[in-house]
Ligand binder design. Structure first.
Ligand SMILES: C[S@@+](CC[C@H](N)C(=O)[O-])C[C@H]1O[C@@H](n2cnc3c(N)ncnc32)[C@H](O)[C@@H]1O
Ligand code: SF4
Ligand code: SF4
Length: 391
C-alpha cells in the first residue's frame, strides 16, 4: 500500500508583499476539504497503557490500562462514526502504546474496511515484534510513526526513561522497512535534541522515511516548561530544518509548531521560486512543511481511551464524550472547536497576525502556558506587521 495522500493544495506564496502573504495564508487549505466539516487527522488514543516512562509524556502513561478504556465493541462503534464525516479523515491509532491492546489489529482492519486510511504510532518496546508488524501490515496500516528523540542512545533513552529504547526503535524501523510499511519519524525538540538535528536527519536518511515531524514541547502531562526551547531557539531550529529540507528526500514538518509554516513562507518569499531546492520542495506538494492552517481543533481532533473528545492530544479541553455525543456533531458544532477554527477570533498578536490563517500559533501551548486556548502563541518571536512600531 502506498503512503497516504491528501488533496491539500499548496498555500504558500513567493511574494514578499504582506497583503499577498495574508492572501496566501487565507487560501483554502484543500481543494475539497472544508475543515469546518471534516478534520484531516483524527487521533484515537486506544489505550493510556505504555511500558515506557517518558519524562515529557503528555498522556502521563502508565503500564496498566485505565479501567475506563473503551471496550472493543465501543471502539468499533466510535470508528464507525468517523466514517460519517463528509470527507473521511486519516485515522492515527495512538496511545499510550497501541500494542498494549490485543484487539489493535481488529480495530485497524475495521477502520480500513470503513474506508479510513489508518496509521499507527507504537511505542518502541519489545511488544513491536516482527510478527506484530506483519499483522499490522496485513490489517491494512498505511504508515507507521516511531519516535527518535536524539542522535544516539544516550540522548534518546534519557527522555524515554528506559535503556535500550533507541536500539528498539532502530530494529522496529528495519522490520517495518522489510514489510514495506512507509515510515514517519517523530522527534521531540528539547534542549538535548536541539544540538543534534543534523545528526538525526542523517540517521533518518538510512531508512525509507517519508516524513520527519518535529514536536515542540507542550507543557502538559509530565512535560515541564523547562523542556521548552526559547522562541529564538525555535526560530534558529526552523532555519536549520529549512536547510535540511533541501538536503534530504523526506518531508519535514512540525507538530505544535505551527509557526514553522510562517517561517517557510517567509523564506520562500525571500528565496523566490528560482531556487533549485525550493522547486524540489514544491514538487512534493504543499504539505511537505505541514498542512496549511491545521491546528488543534481545526483539521485535528483527538479521541481519548475513554471516549472523551478533545481538539488535540495536547489540548485537554473536553468538548464531548462518546457514546453520549456523536463525533461528527462535536467536531462540527462544539463551541470550542468552532472558536478554535476562527483565526480572526484569536487573542493577542496571533489575532492580528498576517499569518494567522496559515499558522495561528499552537492553541495547546497557549492553553498550557496561559490557561487561555485563544491567547497568543507563547513561543513565537514574530511581531505581526500590525504590531510593529514604525521607526
Ligand atoms: C503522543 S506520542 C504517541 C506515540 C508513542 N507513545 C510515542 O511516544 O512515540 C506522539 C509523539 O508525541 C510526543 N510527545 C509526547 N508528549 C509530548 C509533549 N508533552 N509535548 C510534545 N510532544 C510530546 C512523543 O515524543 C511522540 O513523538
Ligand atoms: S512512549 Fe509515548 S505514551 Fe509511552 S510514555 Fe512515552 S510519550 Fe508516553
Ligand atoms: S504571531 Fe501567532 S499567528 Fe503569527 S506567526 Fe507567530 S504564532 Fe503564528
Amino acid at each position: 500500500m502506498s503512503a497516504p495522500t491528501f488533496p491539500v493544495q499548496d498555500a504558500f506564496s513567493s511574494s514578499p508583499d504582506v497583503s499577498l502573504a495574508e492572501r496566501a495564508s487565507r487560501r483554502p487549505v484543500s481543494g475539497r476539504r472544508n475543515f469546518d466539516l471534516s478534520p484531516l487527522l483524527v487521533f484515537y488514543e486506544i489505550t493510556k497503557a505504555c511500558d515506557l516512562v517518558c519524562l515529557h509524556c503528555r498522556a502521563c502513561a502508565q503500564p496498566a490500562a485505565d479501567p475506563h478504556e473503551l471496550s472493543t465493541a465501543e471502539s468499533l462503534a466510535m470508528i464507525d462514526q468517523l466514517a460519517e464525516f463528509p470527507e473521511p479523515p486519516l485515522l492515527v491509532i495512538t496511545g499510550g502504546d497501541p500494542l498494549k491492546r490485543a484487539d489493535v489489529f481488529e480495530l485497524i482492519a475495521h477502520a480500513v474496511g470503513q474506508g479510513l486510511q489508518t496509521a499507527i504510532t507504537p511505542s518502541p518496546t519489545p511488544l513491536v515484534t516482527g510478527d506484530a508488524i506483519r499483522r499490522l501490515k496485513d490489517a491494512g496500516i498505511a504508515r507507521m510513526a516511531v519516535s527518535i528523540d536524539g542522535a544516539d542512545a544516550a540522548t534518546h533513552d534519557v527522555l524515554r526513561g528506559v535503556p535500550g529504547s533507541f536500539a528498539q526503535t532502530q530494529r522496529i524501523m528495519a522490520d517495518a522497512e522489510a514489510c514495506g510499511i512507509p515510515l514517519q519519524v517523530n522527534t521531540t525538540l528539547t534542549p538535548a535534541s536541539y544540538g543534534q538535528l543534523e545528526q538525526i536527519a542523517a540517521l533518518l536518511a538510512r531508512h525509507p522515511v517519508v516524513l520527519w515531524s518535529l514536536f515542540l514541547i507542550i507543557p502538559v502531562g509530565r512535560a515541564t516548561a523547562a523542556m521548552r526551547l526559547t522562541g529564538e531557539q525555535y526560530e534558529a531550529a526552523f532555519g536549520r530544518l529549512w536547510a535540511l529540507s533541501k538536503q534530504y528526500p523526506f518531508a519535514i514538518k512540525t507538530t505544535e509548531g505551527m509557526h514553522y509554516r510562517r517561517f517557510v513562507l517567509q523564506r520562500r518569499q525571500q528565496e523566490r521560486a528560482q531556487d533549485e531546492g525550493m522547486a524540489r520542495q514544491s514538487a512534493r506538494g504543499g504539505w511537505a512543511h505541514g498542512f496549511p492552517g491545521v491546528n488543534d481543533g481545526r483539521g485535528v481532533m483527538f479521541l481519548s481511551h475513554a471516549g472523551l473528545i478533545h481538539p488535540s492530544g495536547f489540548l485537554p479541553l473536553v468538548c464531548g464524550a462518546f457514546p453520549f455525543n456523536h463525533i461528527v456533531d462535536v467536531y462540527q458544532h462544539s463551541p470550542i472547536f468552532r472558536r478554535l477554527r476562527d483565526a480572526d477570533a484569536l487573542g493577542g498578536k496571533c489575532g492580528v497576525c498576517e499569518y494567522r490563517h496559515l499558522c495561528g500559533g499552537s492553541r495547546a501551548r497557549a492553553y498550557a502556558v496561559t490557561g487561555d486556548p485563544y491567547a497568543a502563541e507563547p513561543d513565537c518571536v514574530y511581531v505581526p506587521k500590525r504590531c510593529q512600531v514604525p521607526l
